[in-house]
Design a protein around this ligand. Sequence first.
Ligand code: SAM
Length: 326
Amino acid sequence: MSEVVPTAGQYGHVPVMCAEVMAWLVPATSAPAMRFIDATVGLGGHAAQLLQRLPADGRLLALDADPAALTRARKRLQPYAARVTFAQGRHVDLQEIARRHGFESVHGILFDLGVSSLQLDDPERGFAFQHDGPLDMRMGPAAETTADEIVNTWDVEDLERIIRQYGEERYARRVARAIVARRPVHTTAALARVVASAVQTRERIHPATRTFQALRIAVNDELESLATALEQAVALLRPGGRLVVIAFHSLEDRIVKQFIVREARDCLCPSDLPQCVCGHKATLVNLTRKVLRPTEQEMTENPRSRSARLRVAERLGEGAVGVQAK
Ligand SMILES: C[S@@+](CC[C@H](N)C(=O)[O-])C[C@H]1O[C@@H](n2cnc3c(N)ncnc32)[C@H](O)[C@@H]1O
């Protein structure tokens, strides 16, 4: 088994926490016809490493909402084409997509959440204020709105709510008022200027960072979608199968953590009830009680990995092998 940890190389993209993902996702002993799902195939960085480690009869379902990402992933995964099924779709439809392609009872599912460097670096996608472009921010064509529509049509209270809730911006009211006062705002650079005019900060990050995060989450319904996707992922895992999730901000990570903690418990009743009335049975073993972070070296070499947080759980059920956290 190769232990090559990828560098940016010809693809200009380094998969985050790749060594850790492989160590947790791929079982030490292989079984016949292993099945995995990469629910965020992106540029195919993690997927290529996974396929390199799987036996010849192992198969991967490579999912992404973004057709442009799938085009890139197809190219990168060409050497493994016979073992990969590509699907364009969203996490809310994970179970249905997996069933349609015969990926039920899988050995592992990976979510490497957020946006890819392909999306971030393309000004036309409107994710970043570092490059001027239209306010789009859709991960894929199925998103029901755009950042432009939110910025230019939502009322000030709704703007304030998402900027506070999804951006954790303490000056949310000021930012929302400034946006409404300066409408129409159609480009990323213009929006960044409006936000900067409303927020006084000595932080190292640009004052628009939190507002851009909020808009992206709202456009793609990211938090709701994640909660649903985790439920569906558990239903797709076979006993002993692994769920590996990398989150990039605390809102996402909180959802993942709370989901795993809840699913690792047998009863969810309030502690003052004398006996269980909920009947909930644990479906997961929490393998990373303490969240995993990239090494200092990775953070230096790949600054985009800085905010990554990795959590892993294992599906319980008949045939599952009890595993202790590494
Ligand atoms: C951080 S990138 C993944 C990078 C990938 N692991 C690699 O090594 O190249 C995240 C990808 O997930 C996709 N994505 C994010 N949210 C999604 C959702 N709700 N449904 C489907 N794909 C989603 C994005 O389009 C993006 O391509």
